[in-house]
Design a protein around this ligand. Structure first.
Ligand SMILES: [Zn+2]
Length: 95
């Protein structure tokens, strides 16, 4: 014998639904079972891991989308242009 979490009515432990308000005890019943509780926790962990992986993927995606190849090419291009300009000056001065 226990009480309905929803309406507080007395419930026979065999019942899966409250006969007064129709509240389902399925989750509460499962959580009373040790294995079910462990399974529930495992499911939560799996869900959290999936969320974490999804977030990591989204972070990676946002990094890769914001980091365009131009960002890598641009500094190299600047250095190359500077060196070329420098070499040109030296070449002009030596003549
Ligand atoms: Zn009830």
């Amino acid at each position: 014998m226990f009480y309905c979490q929803n309406c507080g009515s007395k419930i026979e432990s065999a019942q899966k639904f409250c006969s007064f308000c129709g509240f389902s005890f399925k989750v509460e019943e499962e959580s009373n079972d040790k294995d079910a509780r462990i399974y529930e926790l495992e499911q939560k962990i799996v869900r959290l891991e999936q969320i974490g992986q999804r977030e990591q993927r989204e972070v990676k995606k946002s990094i890769s989308s914001s980091f365009s190849p131009w960002m890598a090419i641009l500094p190299i291009g600047f250095v190359a242009a500077f060196l070329g300009f420098f070499a040109l000056i030296i070449w002009i001065v030596r003549q």
